[in-house]
Each structure stands twice: as C-alpha cells, then as structure tokens.
Design a protein around this ligand. Structure first.
Ligand SMILES: Nc1ncnc2c1ncn2[C@@H]1O[C@H](COP(=O)(O)OP(=O)(O)O)[C@@H](O)[C@H]1O
Ligand SMILES: O=C(O)C1=C[C@@H](OP(=O)(O)O)[C@@H](O)[C@H](O)C1
Ligand SMILES: [Mg+2]
Length: 187
C-alpha cells in the first residue's frame, strides 16, 4: 500500500497548505490537501458545509477524505486542523511521517484574522483559537513524528526546517528516501 511522503498537521492558519505545496515542489512529489478534496467532491466551500449540515457532518466527510488520501497518495499531504480529533484517523497516522507545524496565538491571529473561510474562528478568533489549541495540542503531539515551529519563519524557511527535521529523523532510523534526501524539533 502506498503512503504519503509527509503528512502535515497543526492548527488552522499555521501554514499546512502553503508549506505543503512548497514541500511538494522541493521533493518533486505530488500535493494533496484533504480540505480541497472535500470541497471538490462536495461542490461547496467548507463554510457552506458547516452552515448547511453542521460540524459533525463535515467531520464525517473529513474522516473519509483523510482515510482515502492516506491510502492512495504518495506525495505531500496537508490535513485540515481538526482531522486529528478523530481517533480512527489518529490510529491511521501511526507509522506515518507526520510533521506538526506549530505557532503561538498572536501569530495565529495575524495569519487567519477574521476569515470567514474558517467557520470555527469567525466570532472571536483569539479566544476560539486558544480554546481549540487547549483541546487539540496533545493530539497534534500524539500523532507527530517531528514538530516544526513556524513563528517568525517564512513559508520557505518552514519548509526547509521541516525537510531538515524529517531528514535527520530518517537518517537516524537508517531509512533515507531516495529523491527526498530528507535532512527542528524531532521527538
Ligand atoms: N510561515 C508563514 N509566515 C507568514 N504567513 C504564513 C506562513 N505560512 C502561511 N502563512 C499565511 O497564513 C495563512 C494561512 O495559511 P494556510 O497555508 O492556509 O494554513 P493552514 O492550511 O494551516 O490553515 C495564509 O494567508 C498564508 O499565506
Ligand atoms: O481546525 C479545524 O477544525 C478546521 C481547519 C480548516 O483547515 P485548515 O487547518 O487548513 O485551516 C478546515 O478543515 C475547517 O475550517 C476546520
Ligand atoms: Mg489548509
């Protein structure tokens, strides 16, 4: 069974989609984003799905989108920030190369702002983001094989740091991947 080269997890606005695309270019590999898969399949935006059917329905779609992408995608895979809430998804992530992109709350507010595309942050982004992180931080840490801090780093610098971290980890485990001569924060 195929598996992604790298799976990106972390909170909304940390840069999973941005950095994921950069990583795929750097690695010469494909890029996939489960939020995009859901929007394409549904023909609706994430915000519309939340409004039409509620968060639980979105989570069910997300769970299936992640399962399918983990089974069939060999490049870089960015997950939505809440994908790790699902225990089955976390179990599927075990054994994968999972990079947790982290940031502090002030950086999060700068990056996401009052952004209607992220329905979970529309009312009071700072407070909502803090609460989400309190509930989720341990889940990101649970599934991650490396953690890369993104504060004060450009997306290019984050991508470079992620490659360095994954590379070091792979070398330590004696299984370097060919064209990703994979080279902060491993666990
Ligand atoms: N390292 C970074 N520094 C500054 N802004 C960033 C960085 N990474 C991403 N961004 C910006 O933050 C916003 C959210 O990025 P995105 O990749 O959509 O995050 P996610 O997929 O994790 O929600 C975008 O406007 C993006 O351009
Ligand atoms: O953290 C979350 O619960 C969500 C994160 C979003 O993806 P990004 O993390 O890519 O913004 C998107 O899946 C949805 O708005 C819910
Ligand atoms: Mg995203």
């Amino acid at each position: 069974m195929s598996a992604p080269l790298i799976v990106l997890v972390g909170p909304m606005g940390v840069g999973k989609s941005t950095v994921g695309q950069l990583l795929s270019e750097r690695l010469g590999a494909g890029y996939r984003d489960t939020d995009e898969d859901i929007v394409t399949a549904q023909g609706r935006t994430i915000a519309e799905i939340f409004v039409d059917e509620g968060e639980a329905a979105f989570r069910a779609l997300e769970k299936e989108a992640v399962r399918s992408a983990l089974a069939g995608h060999e490049g870089v895979l960015a997950l939505g920030g809440g994908a790790v809430l699902d225990a089955d998804t976390r179990a599927l992530l075990a054994g994968q190369r999972v990079v947790y992109l982290s940031m502090d709350v002030e950086e999060a507010v700068k990056r996401t702002g009052l952004n209607a595309a992220r329905p979970l942050l529309v009312v009071n982004p700072r407070k909502q983001w803090r609460e989400l992180m309190e509930a989720r931080r341990h889940l990101y840490e649970e599934v991650a094989t490396v953690v890369v801090a993104t504060d004060g780093r450009t997306p290019e610098e984050v991508a470079e740091a992620a490659l360095d971290a994954v590379d070091r980890q792979s070398a330590r485990r004696g299984r370097l991947t060919p064209h990703c001569a994979l080279r902060d924060g491993e666990r």
